[in-house]
Design a protein around this ligand. Structure first.
Ligand SMILES: C[S@@+](CC[C@H](N)C(=O)[O-])C[C@H]1O[C@@H](n2cnc3c(N)ncnc32)[C@H](O)[C@@H]1O
Length: 280
């Protein structure tokens, strides 16, 4: 259920328009300060405050399929609307908003009280680049293209494979989104953090056969070559989605769960069920 992919012209027009809205907002965008905020220092915003329209908030949370057990964090949470909607409309038990501006934090706390979700949500004042959000299940953001790009390595390295990320308006460069939708003229993007699987693996099957696989990875796109009894054979339909790896080899299908240096077989229809792999 993708909207058709934005053309580069459409993207440039939408991006330019949104950037101009953001950049003409009261606070001017700044380069990241790298300093934690102190009450006696003037606030330096990396991104001006522009709220996400409520319809886009709803569709954003729908796109990432928020579940009650998900821990949701909105980076640069503004008046708290994404965090509050996650608790109020999606039954999330725990959600956090991080914002550098104490005025926004006060607004968000008041809105959470009014929405009756203050016991399930929290708002912390702080710089999003200083906070550890590695335990999140769903990360949301409406920031700026350059900030998204600065966050990209943190998201890919620190967040668990399978973590869902949604961004209003801005993408993450050549990390293509897994899905996107158009809401009232605005794009909302979704990514699933892929397991890091690049490298050489030794696969052992229950029937005793062993072979090695070399995998090359660009974000969620992978390709691989297996070496079976001295013969190179390409992986077919190779795919990594969160921690789940799938590939076909010599007309057999493999599905596995990647956990760091090991892969364990996942059950499935017509798949090789007894195998495991380790990184070598
Ligand atoms: C475009 S608004 C998005 C607000 C909200 N997430 C939404 O979608 O409605 C960006 C927010 O990021 C906050 N912000 C800017 N720089 C920040 C930083 N370095 N750390 C944390 N929050 C920041 C601003 O105060 C503002 O509330």
């Amino acid at each position: 259920m993708h909207a058709s992919e934005p053309t580069s012209t459409t993207w440039r027009l939408i991006g330019a328009a949104l950037l101009s809205i953001m950049l003409t907002a009261p606070a001017a965008a700044q380069e990241p300060s790298g300093e934690p905020p102190r009450d006696d220092q003037p606030i330096v915003l990396d991104v001006p405050y522009v709220p996400t329209p409520h319809e886009a908030v709803y569709r954003m949370l729908e796109l990432v399929q928020v579940q009650p057990d998900d821990y949701v964090i909105d980076l640069g949470s503004g008046d708290g609307r994404i965090v509050i909607a996650a608790a109020r409309d999606w039954g999330v038990k725990r959600a956090l908003g991080i914002d550098i501006d104490p005025v926004r934090i006060a607004e968000a706390n008041a809105a959470a009280q009014e929405a009756g979700v203050a016991d399930r949500v929290a708002f912390e004042r702080g710089d999003l680049f200083e906070k550890d959000f590695s335990d999140v299940d769903v990360l949301t953001m409406y920031l700026l293209p350059s900030i998204n790009l600065d966050l990209r390595p943190i998201i890919l390295e620190k967040l668990r494979p399978g973590t869902r990320v949604a961004s209003h308006a801005f993408d993450m460069g050549d990390w293509r989104p897994d899905e996107w939708i158009l809401v009232q003229g605005r794009y909302v993007y979704k990514w699933v953090v892929p397991a890091r699987i690049e490298g050489r693996w030794e696969v052992t099957r229950a029937d005793g056969r062993k072979f090695t696989v070399d995998i090359r990875q660009t974000y969620q796109r992978i390709e691989g070559m297996a070496l079976i009894e001295g013969r190179a054979r390409p992986l077919v339909f190779a795919d990594i989605r969160g921690p789940t790896l799938r590939f076909s080899l010599a007309n057999e299908h493999y599905t596995g769960l990647v956990d760091g240096e090991r892969i364990t077989a996942l059950p499935g229809n017509k798949v090789v069920t007894a195998w495991h792999a380790k990184r070598i």
